[in-house]
Design a protein around this ligand. Structure first.
Ligand code: SAH
Length: 342
């Protein structure tokens, strides 16, 4: 039996053909599923015997809500979702004036080992399937009654370590028979797996690529992110330039400011030199303090100074608005406190 959310439209067309059905049935079924009809018997334009075949081969599975927290001002929801094998992951929904964003997880845990991040403390348990990632959106929409219009892959996991499932997820989300969310409304965030960035560039998608850079030099980056031992900043920026050349899309660099580690004026100048002339934008994030990491947040004054230096040097920069910190919305903290208890 297969979770129908794990099938792309192409997969379902092939299945229909192999099972003696007309290929347009795939579109009809897809249309029902993504309008959230999760019961084959209610698909009233599909013949009875086709429904029987579908029921014998497919099931619907959405994650279960273990916990839902709502921030005081009600602009952020945080979910702890559980899959059939009892693994739990986090998903966050953020309400903005321009629409609602969802931050999805792509793996259970993460193996990248970034020193400031709570998601990676227990390593990676497994990849999520495309249907499991999609399930986070469908369940969040069902539970909140809100329609999601933007997706960021910034929950737990490294999306480029789960490349095929993530790509299938993007295609289903983007398909007009799926969730019909434009590629420009989808952001993939990576710690910087260089060969996979090149593969992604070759897909020629219009999604936004976000790179977790976090440091202006390899030495500092190595102290924060083990991946920096494998790929240096020069190679990483070269891959980013290739992505820009192939897609003409502006890259986002994420930079979590840690007091005394990467937040001095010199660091801002060094970062400006490295990014000069690139089609990019720097997203400055006050590091979210995770008690195991020992990294402390920069002061607001430092963050402002850092941002001003980038801007003075012609690098676009904004400071990320903090949302949901009252509900532990950041970076694997909720799953960690939950799994530590059980
Ligand atoms: N593995 C991917 C996506 C998941 S992490 C990546 O590394 O990009 C999403 C973003 O949250 C990354 O930019 C990551 O560096 C950042 N992040 C993780 N822990 C954080 C923390 N404690 N404070 C601020 N940002 C954090």
């Amino acid at each position: 039996m297969i979770n129908i959310l794990d099938f792309s439209l192409e997969d379902l067309k092939i299945w229909m053909k192999e099972n003696g059905e007309k290929d347009f049935r795939a579109k009809q079924v897809f249309d029902w599923v993504y309008k959230k009809t999760f019961d084959f018997d209610n698909m009233n334009n599909i013949p009875k015997d086709t429904i029987t075949k579908l029921k014998n081969n497919f099931y619907f599975s959405l994650p279960k809500v273990v916990k839902m927290l709502k921030s005081k001002n009600e602009d952020t929801y945080k979910f702890l979702f559980e899959y059939a094998d009892n693994n739990v992951i986090e998903t966050v929904v953020m309400k903005y004036n321009h629409g609602n964003s969802i931050c999805v997880s792509t793996q259970v845990g993460c193996k990248m080992g970034c020193k400031f991040c709570a998601s990676t403390l227990g390593g990676v348990i497994r990849d999520l399937t495309s249907g499991e990632i999609l399930g986070q959106i469908l369940k969040a929409e069902e539970t909140t009654g809100e329609r999601i219009s933007n997706i960021v892959m910034m929950g737990s996991g490294e999306p480029l370590e789960n490349y095929d499932n993530v790509l299938k997820f993007i295609h289903i989300v983007n398909s007009s028979y799926g969730l019909n969310i434009g590629q420009r409304h989808i952001t993939l965030s990576t710690c910087g797996i260089v060969p996979k960035i090149i593969d992604l560039a070759n897909e020629e998608l219009q999604i936004t690529l976000a790179i977790s850079l976090h440091a202006p030099s390899d030495d500092i980056r190595k102290n924060m992110m083990p991946v920096a031992y494998k790929y240096n900043i020069e190679e990483l920026l070269k891959a980013c330039k290739y992505y820009i050349q192939k897609t003409n899309r502006r890259i986002t660099f994420e930079y979590a400011l840690v007091s005394g580690v990467n937040d001095s004026d010199n660091h801002a100048e060094e970062l400006s030199r490295k990014l000069k002339g690139m089609l990019c934008h720097v997203n400055l994030i006050p590091v979210n303090e995770v008690k195991e990491s020992g990294f402390e947040r920069s002061t607001n004054e430092n963050i402002k100074r850092f941002s001003n230096i980038l801007i003075k040097n012609g690098i676009e920069a904004t400071v990320r608005r903090e949302m949901g910190s009252d509900i532990n919305a950041a970076c694997g903290q909720l799953r960690r406190s939950y799994t530590n208890k059980i």
